[in-house]
Every structure is written in structure tokens, then in C-alpha cells.
Ligand binder design. Structure first.
Ligand SMILES: [Zn+2]
Ligand SMILES: [Zn+2]
Length: 402
């Protein structure tokens, strides 16, 4: 584990730098300042990273004059936030040697928030758009949900296509606002030569075409669904369907009004998306018929077994969950437990609460990793962040984690 201590009087700088390093697997602690004589133990800390502005202001001059020369760990003066990623690259002292094109499967996050978009300074690092994840796998572009994150995805797809027609699969978990509201703003749907297939596991929604058309009724939106130039094809599928060579399995999650999770079988292994799911092992908040809810925990474990990437609801903490029983979302501790028991390789905490700030999400990642370490699991845990990209290599590939 790589450990760093961040030093800055600027809370926002600390939050963004913490998030940047946490996302790269660093363990990060941060402090406002350092006092004379303070010397971190080199056995525990690999870098001390100081905000350049704090140094410029002279805030650390006495510590730097007295303590820094005797330190046995590198002191790195870090720049402003515009260069945070480049700084982190340099800090790790290595350029990525594997080209992204070498990966057959890439998971990209465009909307990671639950319930309602939450733009603003407190959420600018992890992002405020609602659910939308892109999976590029085996020649197919698969989109999971159409929350407000699908708008920037649409712009990116158009730019990447450079005028060529797009063939897109949009899989819908359920039709709560935060999973469909971006669809009217999805530019590729307005290009007649594009093909857009919108698909849902039929057991959770028998009237998808009607529900999607309703949100584009003239009372709410100027363009009707039926007038979209790409003429999206809306499909209610069984529990197994295909997106090209990618086999998809739909299954019930525990959420008011029914919701599906999806397991994607790609050439690099399974990617599982469970955006909204109340993991309630005490069985107090069940939204499913008794026979479906039976052995739910065991069935989730069977479904998730060995997943390369699991994207799962982690809206609350256990302390918060006590007053949110039956709201259809999980405490992150339960999510970590389920993923760890299932032997998931990489857990991505998803569907962040609208009230959760960037600084709180950094803490949530630390807490989640502490549980993993305590259990002795090898699972990687991150919080989903807009713009985050996870390449998934087939097992045995030189870039795949061992
Ligand atoms: Zn949701
Ligand atoms: Zn919902």
C-alpha cells in the first residue's frame, strides 16, 4: 500500500488531491499544517505532499526550516488543482505503458449520483449527474441507464463517431427519474442514421415504451418520443438477452416498484451493474414477492461470484440507513460485505446520495477499504466518479491484476 500525507490549509485542494490519489489506490491522510519537529515514520509514509500555495504563503516555513532536512521520506511540493492528474502521474514515476486500445472492455462513468442531479462546488470532484455507465465490450457500445449523465455521454459518442452511424444498446434498470431523465437530451437519438435499442428486463417493466413516451409528453418536453429521428427500438426482454456477443442476464434487485440488476458476460469476464438495491439481511425491507425474496443474499452471491467489476448501490452509511429503511438503497458497509463474500475483484460504490460531498465520499472510500483490509480480502474498492474509466483485461493478460 502506498501512503501519503497531504498538507494544505485549503480544504478544497485537500479534497481533490485526496480523491485523485485514492482513485489510484493510495492511502491518504491529510492535515492543515505541520508543526515544528513533526516527522512522519518512513516505514508508514511514502510521500509528504504539500500544497505549493501553502509554501508560497510561508505557512510552513518554520517546519520546512527545522524538520524537512531531517526527513527520510520525499517532500513533494504539489501544484494547483488543474494539474492534479498529471501531478499524480509524475508522483507515481511511471507513464502508463498499456495502450487503452489494447483492452477489449472499458467501463466509463458518466453519472454516479442517485435520486437527483446535484451540481455545485461540493460535488465537483465525483460529479453530480445521475446514473449512466458506458461499457465498451467486444465491439458493442452498451449504456446502463439514462440519468442526466447520458447527456455528456451522447456528446462524447458523437465526437468519437466522427460522422459514422452509431449502434447503441441502452439497458434500463427501472424507470425512476434518475435513470431515464437524460434520454430526451441524448443527441445520438436525434440523428436518423443512428440505431438506438432501449431494453429492459420485462419482469420489472411491462410498458417501457409507454413510460418513456410519457416523460416526453408535450406537458413536459417539446419533442415527442415518436418524433425522435433515430426511431429508438424499445424492447422488453426476458431474463437473458444479447448485445451482440455480450450475453446479458437481468435479475431482480430489492427496490420499490421493482428494479433490475444486469450481469454482462464479456470476453474479459463479468461486469455487474446493480444501481438501486436495498441489501437488507434482516429482511425488514423487502420490496419483492416472498418467493423472489427467499434466499436473496445467497442468490446475489451466486450472481456476483467472481465478477471482475461490480457497480453497486452504496447510497447510505449504516448509521444513516437506520432512518431510511425501505427506501430501496444500501449502506456501503453491506455492499462491501456482499461484494467481498462474492469474491468480486473490483467494487465500485455507486448511486451516491445527493447530500454526500466530495470530502465525505473520500472518507467513505477510506472506510470501505478499511473493512476490506480488516477482512483480509484482496478486492479493490473505489467510489464511482464522473470521467472514471476502468479497463478490464482478460485474465492472464499482462496488464490484468494478479
Ligand atoms: Zn436510482
Ligand atoms: Zn429507483
Amino acid at each position: 500500500m502506498k501512503n501519503a500525507i497531504l498538507v494544505s490549509a485549503d480544504k478544497h485542494w485537500r479534497t481533490v488531491m485526496e480523491g485523485t490519489l485514492l482513485a489510484r489506490g493510495w492511502q491518504v491522510a491529510s492535515v492543515e499544517t505541520l508543526v515544528e519537529g513533526e516527522r512522519p515514520d518512513p516505514a508508514e509514509v511514502q510521500a509528504l505532499i504539500i500544497d505549493a500555495a501553502s509554501v508560497a504563503r510561508g505557512a510552513l516555513s518554520s517546519w520546512l526550516a527545522e524538520g524537512a532536512p531531517k526527513l527520510e521520506i520525499p517532500v513533494v511540493i504539489a501544484p494547483g488543482l488543474t494539474d492534479a492528474e498529471r501531478f499524480a502521474d509524475a508522483l507515481e514515476g511511471q507513464m502508463r505503458t498499456v495502450e487503452k486500445e489494447a483492452s477489449p472492455v472499458v467501463v466509463r462513468f458518466w453519472g454516479v449520483r442517485g435520486s437527483i442531479p446535484t451540481p455545485g462546488p461540493a460535488t465537483s470532484f465525483y460529479g453530480g449527474n445521475t446514473s449512466c455507465v458506458e461499457v465498451e465490450a467486444d465491439g458493442e457500445t452498451i449504456i446502463l441507464d439514462a440519468g442526466s449523465g447520458i447527456r455528456p455521454l451522447g456528446l462524447s459518442l458523437m465526437a468519437r463517431a466522427a460522422g459514422k452511424p452509431l449502434n447503441l444498446h441502452l439497458i434500463i434498470s427501472h424507470t425512476h427519474w434518475d435513470h431515464i431523465q437524460g434520454l430526451p437530451f441524448f443527441i445520438p437519438a436525434y440523428i436518423p442514421t443512428n440505431h438506438l435499442r432501449v431494453v429492459v428486463y420485462s419482469e420489472v417493466r411491462h410498458d417501457l415504451a409507454h413510460v418513456l413516451a410519457m416523460q416526453m409528453d408535450s406537458a413536459y418536453f417539446p419533442v415527442a418520443m415518436k418524433d425522435l429521428p433515430s426511431h429508438p427500438e424499445v424492447e422488453e426482454a426476458g431474463d437473458h438477452f444479447n448485445c451482440g456477443p455480450v450475453e446479458v442476464e437481468g435479475f431482480f434487485s430489492n427496490h420499490p416498484g421493482l428494479c433490475a440488476g444486469y450481469k454482462l458476460q464479456t470476453s474479459a469476464g463479468t461486469i455487474v451493474y446493480v444501481s438501486d438495491n436495498e441489501l437488507n439481511f434482516e429482511g425488514q425491507a423487502i420490496h419483492l414477492a416472498a418467493e423472489t425474496a427467499d434466499h436473496m443474499h445467497e442468490r446475489f452471491i451466486a450472481t456476483l461470484k467472481g465478477a471482475r467489476v461490480l457497480i453497486h448501490d452504496a447510497q447510505y452509511t449504516r448509521a444513516e440507513y437506520k432512518s431510511k429503511l425501505g427506501w430501496g438503497h444500501s449502506a456501503f458497509e453491506d455492499t462491501v460485505q456482499l461484494a467481498g463474500e462474492s469474491g468480486v475483484e473490483h467494487l465500485v460504490l455507486f448511486h451516491h446520495d445527493p447530500l454526500r460531498s466530495d470530502a465525505q465520499l473520500n472518507q467513505l472510500v477510506r472506510d470501505a477499504r478499511a473493512i476490506v483490509a480488516e477482512k483480509g480480502w484482496t478486492m479493490r474498492v473505489d467510489a464511482a466518479r464522473e470521467g472514471m474509466e476502468i479497463p478490464v483485461y482478460p485474465k492472464g493478460h499482462s496488464a490484468a491484476p494478479r
